[in-house]
Each structure stands twice: as C-alpha cells, then as structure tokens.
Design a protein around this ligand. Structure first.
Ligand code: DMJ
Length: 812
C-alpha cells in the first residue's frame, strides 16, 4: 500500500508536467512522450475554463452595459434595444421584447458551468427585474419568446430545485422562475385561439391581439406552429395544469395532418385558414425544430405519437430530400429539388441524427458545415451548392463571384455547428470533434471577440463584423462548446433523461414528476377547453364536405372522416387530451421510445481493438475527408479575408497527429455518372437491413428512390475503385418477364451496367446487394404488366432496367 502511494505521489507531478508540455502544441521541442495521446485532462480543463472565461467576459459586459435592455452590442458597447419608434420592425422586435432576454436566456449556461454563486445572483436579479411579471406592452414572436424566455426559466427552475445539481438553491428559492414562466406562457397561449387551433406568430404581451395587424399574423412557419409543445408540456408537468400540453399538442398534430401524401410538411401556412403559403420542405429555417421536437418530445415525454411523427417524417426526408452531404429543399408534393441552396440552420440536423442513432449519416452532414466554416470562417446563412462549369477553370475569383454563391451572407455566430460537433463527440468520442471545437474556440478568441462581447459576421464574404450579440451566443454557442470539453459534466453522468431544448436549455423529468402529473393533472380553464372542443367539432364537420378542397388537404379530411364514420378505425392524428381516452395499461414487454430507435452504425462505431485515444477513428478510416472540397470546388471559394487561413483539418498537428498513418488515405473522386429512379407503388416501404449493409425487400411497395451508378470499364466508381471489365462478362441478358429484352440475343454482353448505390437515402456499401422477393415483388397483375415494359431479369437474377442489368439488385 505504502509502495503504491509513493508511486502515486512521485508520478503525479511528473505526469502533470509532461502533460502540460504536450499541451503546448506549437512548441515542437516539448512534444515528447505524450505526443500521441488524445486530449488529456489538463487540456480539456484548459479549454473548458477558457470557454467559461469567454462566457463571463461577455456576460459581465452585458450586465454592466446592456442590462436591463435585451442585448448588448459587442463593438459599440451600447445596448441593443427593441425598436420603440417602429413597432412594425419585426426583425428586431420579434425577439427583443424589452424583457432583458439576454439575462434570462443565459441563466442555464451558468448552471451548466456549475457557477452556483452567479446563478443564485442572477435568479435574484430576475426576480427584481420582473416585479410585475411580463405585463409589458410588447408585441413579440410566440416561438422566439417561448424558446428563450419560457424555456430558459423552466430549465433554470429545474436546476434550482434539483438537489442532485451543483447549483441547487434549496430553501432560499421559492419557485419564482416557474411563476414567471407560467405568466409568460399565459400571455402567449391566446395565440392558439384561432379557428384552426394553429397559433398566430405574434402576440402582444399586455393586450393580446389589439395592436396587431392582420398581415403580421397571416403566415406562420411550421417550426413556430409546433415548437411550443416542448416547453409548454414541461410547464404542464411542473404546474399540473394540462392545458399547456393539450393546446400545443393539438397544434402539433394538426400541423402534421397538413403534410402531403409524401409525408412532407410544407414550410408555412396561414394559421387562420390553414392555407399553405410555402410548399417547399427541408430541414432548415422555418421547419427545423418541427423535427427536433418530434424526436426530443418523444424521448422526454416517452410519447409514441411523437415518435411515429418523427419516424414518418425522417423516413420521408431520407427518401425525398437526402443528398450525400446535406438535405435539399424539395417540393413537398412531388419531392422534386426546389432550391439550389441550403441554410445555416440546417447544421443542427446532424446533432438530431445522433440522437436518433443515425450517427453514420450525421458524420457526413456535419462534414459539410465544417467545409463551409473552413471556407468562410463561419457558416453563411445561405450557401448555394450548384457547381458552375464556367467557374471550374477559373483561377481568380472576384468578390462578386463569391457573393453569387452566398445568397444570404451573414453569420450571427449561430450555435448549430458546435451543437452537432458536441453531439457527435458524445456519440463517437473521436478526438476529431475536440479538434473542431478547438478551432471554433480559437475563432471565438480572435475574429469574433470584440471589446464588449462576441459578434459574428455581417458578411462572410468580406469578413465585415456584426455588431450584435444574439442571446443564443451565450445560451447555446458557448454552452455547447463548454460541454464539449467538460466531459465530466453532471449532465453526462445523470440518470435523468436529459434532453436539450432547441435553445440548449436542459430539460428532464424524474419518475416522481411524471407520477405526480399523471395522478394530479387538471384542465379547468373553460376558454381553452371550449376552444379545443370547437376545433375538434370543426374537424369532424369538415369531413362532411370531402369534395371541397379545404386547407386541410387529403390527410386531415380523411382523418376527420374516420372520426365521423363509425365503421372506420379512427386514427390518432388529433390530440384527444382534453377528453382523455381510457389510459392504456403500460405494457412491460413494449419497448420504450428510446429502445425503439436503433440505426446501424458503420465506420463511426467505436473500435474496441485499440485504445480510442491513440488516433482519430474518423481521420484514419473515413476516406472521403476531402471529397466535398473537390466536388464543390467551384462554389466553396475562399474570400480574401480567409485566404491565409489553413483549413482546420490541414493545420499542423491535426491530420498528421490524429490520423493513423497505416490506414488513412483519400478516396479518388468517382468518374461515373448516376441517375435516380423513383418508383411509387401502392403498399408500405419496408426494408430489412442486413449486417453487411445489404438490403432486403419483400415487395417494391411504397416510394422507392434508387440511385443507379452507370458502370463502364475503366471508370472510378463511388467507392473509389477502378471498374473491372470482368463485371461485364457475367452480365448477360436473359429476360424472364418477356419485356423488350426478348429481342436481345442470350449471349449479348451489355456495354453498360448499373449498380444501385443509394436506396431511399440509405447508402449501400460496396459489394452490398438489394434483394427483392421474386414471388411478392409485385402485388397485383396490373403492377407487373406496367413493369414489364421497363424491367426484366437476366439469368443471374439481376434486375434489368430497359435491358441494362442492375448488378446488385437481385430477385430471390
Ligand atoms: C436559436 O434561437 C434556436 O436554436 C432556434 O431553434 C434556431 N435559431 C437560433 C439559433 O440559430
């Protein structure tokens, strides 16, 4: 024992010193024996504390120079206030309600950083700031106010009342934050009192609808229409008043009922009439937190209904909108590509995919944001991904050339990139993501730090700084960055089911809270009870006029009809919370929402054969690290202010240190062409994914989007291999469906082959097959007849498209 102790005492200082030496990365002479190791605890601590210092720097400045106004301008060092002169200035006034929003929104970052004294001081300051609660004559956006104010207060209340948390306030806290959250929610909830039950986007905190013009509430996006469900359901759990949950749940279900036949939601509607405004769908602005809260709500509230919405929506996205490196905006009724840009808000999606278990695709999608960051030093609000042949050969690019690829040029230091980086690190523990975090941190210390706080770019193409510190910089960007390095944070080891709100406010429910709610919840607010009853009545009524094309569209009409028609099984599309159905008995054999989510993980899976910290698994085994650079080389053009900046994965100490020299290599760019076919057949799209990545289908029912690679000898395929002429020897035609290939000689060898590489957004690994049950492939004779003209099958059981064999689509 004594011997062991001596060793510990002797070794500790040496280890500490050596680690500090290693930590000084730019000093080569000092990189000795620890050179190979991953971030040690000294490094992690240093980065974590650096983030904390940055937060305090900005927070203190806000308190001294910005408070009690909503924000502080980081360059001018003066408050940024609501535009009191022009109430119609929605861009400013939607968020800045004259309610010290930075103070409220940043509170949980102090909690996450375990800063109890400051947390307690800020709770007191909030109590003093709002003696009359939120009785303020401000018209604000319901969504923004919910996620920043209501969400911030609820989450801080959870921290303040949870004895297991380091910032627990004990007896000194009397529940003021929850009372404030409830007060704000009560002021926002009237926005749902529309004919449809869908919320209008804005409301006046004092006088509800009085000073609001019709135009300012005539359009609402789906993210805003559904998102309050998350914060408001939490509020119901905490207050036992179920009206918040029920009213917002009705809106979530009704919004989802407005989806198209493809299970895609258009991005915006008129909430008074339900008429569709913007028919495009995607994962970015206007729709982002619809997906986020379907999944996060399913997890936090263990809610099967929300899980089903998430699964259907995600499946449909994958079929219709998933591209290799991002999700595209598509027409919600046809699934056709609709815009040639993506927006910066979509960078949150990989984090959500991690939560859903789809780490493999999350890694790809996150990579694109990294490349945007490398190019512009931030993530432009919109980036145009179309490649122009005219630009490919160009050597010099004018500022105008660059601007033409950045339709919206600002970057307000949004959190989505670091958010996804954090989730990917938690899922993979790959030091790659810590390195990304360090690169972001360095940018925060240099280009984004100003005299009084942090501000992003007004224009990423020129590097012009933005004199604004949005509240999400303190509530999200710095919080996720801190958590990335704070590997031992209490949130990472808690047994509670912690889920971050869309504004990064941690939320959780203990079994005690759930039981209490289930046993004691009430709904005795006549206004909202009557409102929901009237909405449901209108839903039922509309079913009587099925021929009329109402805003509801096919789905909702069918649903409403099913409620009305006794012999049809009623679907559960619309919430029945106000008149609860008999409670389902919990079924012990039934998997929880969490257990139902499972995606196969491919190269991201932590490797067990070697210690994980020796190198980055991603850098060593992901051979497509530079594919985006090459593929989008005519649109990822670095502006002048970025020209001397080395991309983060090429910086000294990044690639050569973290990639395993035995494995790491880069895949050559494919030279094959590809085409996509869409088969829309009756029935469900059910597929079975086999361990080798192959996919088996019993039928071809449902919507199938198949990417076919054209295989020609000598070309490089999407897996980076030179195509072997041998493939052609084994691919002769022999038609069994008696289609046009009848005319082709049995010994004919085609000069072109196809290979399926992607099915409904799922990448097929090299040498994986797509098999279909020969007997059940077509459900009806009619289907088979239709397909005869198009498809055939050769003697190797390969399916043929117009006489060209698809070598890995096999009939079995
Ligand atoms: C935040 O307010 C939230 O993350 C929201 O969901 C999207 N926009 C900002 C951050 O970009």
């Amino acid at each position: 024992m004594l011997y062991t102790l001596i060793w510990v005492w002797v070794l500790l200082p040496i280890w500490a010193q050596a680690s500090q030496e290693h930590f000084n990365r730019n000093d080569n002479s000092k990189q000795l024996q620890f050179e190979k190791y991953s971030f040690n605890r000294f490094e992690l601590k240093h980065y974590r504390e650096t983030v904390k210092d940055l937060f305090h720097f900005a927070h203190e400045n806000y308190l001294q120079k910005g408070y009690p106004y909503d924000e502080l301008r980081p360059i001018a060092c003066i408050p940024k206030t609501r535009n009191f002169e022009d109430p119609d200035d929605e861009i400013t006034n939607d968020v800045l309600g004259n309610f010290s929003v930075t103070l409220v929104d940043s509170l949980t970052t102090l909690a996450v950083m375990n800063d109890r004294p400051k947390f307690a001081e800020m709770v007191k300051l909030i109590e003093d700031t709002f003696p009359n609660k939120f009785n303020i004559d401000s018209t604000v956006q319901v969504f923004e106010t919910t996620i920043r104010i209501v969400g911030g207060l609820i989450s801080a209340h959870l921290y303040a009342t949870d004895p297991s948390k380091k910032v627990y306030l004990g007896e000194e806290y009397k529940g003021s934050l929850l009372q404030l959250a409830k007060d704000m929610a009560d002021r926002l909830l009237p926005s749902y009192l529309t004919l449809t039950g869908l919320p209008v986007p804005r409301i006046n905190l004092r006088s509800k609808f009085d000073p609001i013009s019709v135009e300012s509430v005539s359009e609402n996006n789906v993210a805003a229409m559904v998102s309050p469900i998350f914060e408001f359901t939490m509020l119901s759990y905490l207050t036992l008043d179920s009206k918040y949950a029920d009213v917002t749940r009705y809106a979530m279900n009704k919004t989802w009922a407005l989806r198209t036949e493809l299970q895609l939601l258009p991005m915006s509607f008129n909430p008074q009439s339900g008429q569709c405004y913007t028919p495009i769908s995607g994962v970015g602005a206007s729709i982002d937190s619809f997906y986020e809260y379907a999944l996060k709500g399913a997890i936090l509230f263990d809610d099967d209904g929300l899980l089903k919405i998430w699964q259907d929506a995600y499946n449909s996205l994958n079929t219709n909108s998933r591209a290799d490196w991002f999700y595209t905006n598509v027409q919600s009724t046809t699934g056709q590509l609709q815009t040639l840009w993506i927006d910066s808000l979509s960078a949150f999606f990989p984090g959500l995919q991690v939560l859903a278990g789809d780490v493999e695709d999350a890694i790809l999608k996150h990579m694109l944001t990294l490349k945007l960051w490398n190019t512009f030093g931030g993530v432009p609000e919109r980036w145009d991904f179309q490649t122009l042949a005219a630009f490919e050969k160009k050597k010099e690019f004018t500022p105008e050339d660059i601007k033409s690829f950045v339709p919206l040029e600002w970057y307000p230091l949004r959190p989505e990139f670091v958010e996804s980086t954090y989730f990917l690190y938690r899922a993979t523990r790959d030091p790659f993501y810590l390195n990304v975090g360090v690169a972001i941190l360095e940018s925060l210390q240099t280009r984004f730090k100003h005299e009084c706080g942090f501000g992003g770019f007004q224009d990423v193409t020129t590097g012009e700084p933005q004199d604004r510190m949005e509240t999400f910089i303190l509530s999200e960007t710095l919080k996720y960055l801190y958590l990335l390095f704070d590997v031992d944070n209490e949130l990472h080891s808690t047994r509670d089911n912690v889920v971050f709100s869309t504004e990064a406010h941690p939320m959780w429910l203990t079994p005690k809270m759930i039981n209490n709610y289930e046993q004691n919840k009430y709904f005795n607010d006549t206004v909202y009870r009557e409102h929901l009853r009237a909405c449901r009545k209108r839903d039922r009524k509309s079913a009587l006029h099925e021929n009329e094309r109402t805003f509801m569209g096919g789905k909702l009409l069918r649903f409403a009809k099913s409620l009305f028609t006794a012999d049809q099984e009623p679907t559960k599309d619309i919430s029945t919370h106000a008149q609860p159905e008999p409670e389902e008995q919990p079924d012990a054999s039934k998997p929880s929402v969490y257990e139902q989510m499972c995606f196969p993980v491919d190269f991201a899976a932590p490797h067990t054969d070697k210690p994980q910290w020796l190198h980055s698994h991603l850098l060593s085994h992901f051979d497509r690290l530079f594919e985006i650079d090459r593929r989008y080389n005519s649109t990822l053009i670095r502006p002048k202010h970025m020209q001397n900046v080395v991309p983060m994965e090429l910086q000294r100490g990044f690639y050569e240190k973290w990639a395993h020299d035995k494995f790491a290599h880069s895949r050559p760019m494919p030279s094959t062409e590809a085409l996509e076919i869409v088969l829309d057949l009756p029935g469900e799209c059910q597929l079975i994914r086999l361990p080798d990545g192959s996919i088996h289908r019993e039928t071809l029912g449902g919507r199938n989007k198949i990417r076919l690679e054209k295989i020609e000898p000598g070309k490089i395929d999407v897996y980076g291999r030179i195509l072997d002429p041998q493939l052609f020897v084994s691919a002769r035609c022999k038609d069994v469906f008696k289609s046009t290939c009848d005319k082709i000689d049995r010994l004919y060898t085609p000069s072109l082959l196809y290979r399926a590489t992607v099915l409904n957004g799922i990448n097929l690994p090299a040498d994986a097959n797509l098999t279909i049950n020969r007997k059940t492939v077509f459900k009806t004779q009619r289907e088979e007849n239709t397909f005869r003209d198009l498809f055939g099958q050769n003697s190797y059981n390969q399916l043929m498209l117009e006489c060209t064999p698809i070598i890995n689509m096999l009939m079995q």
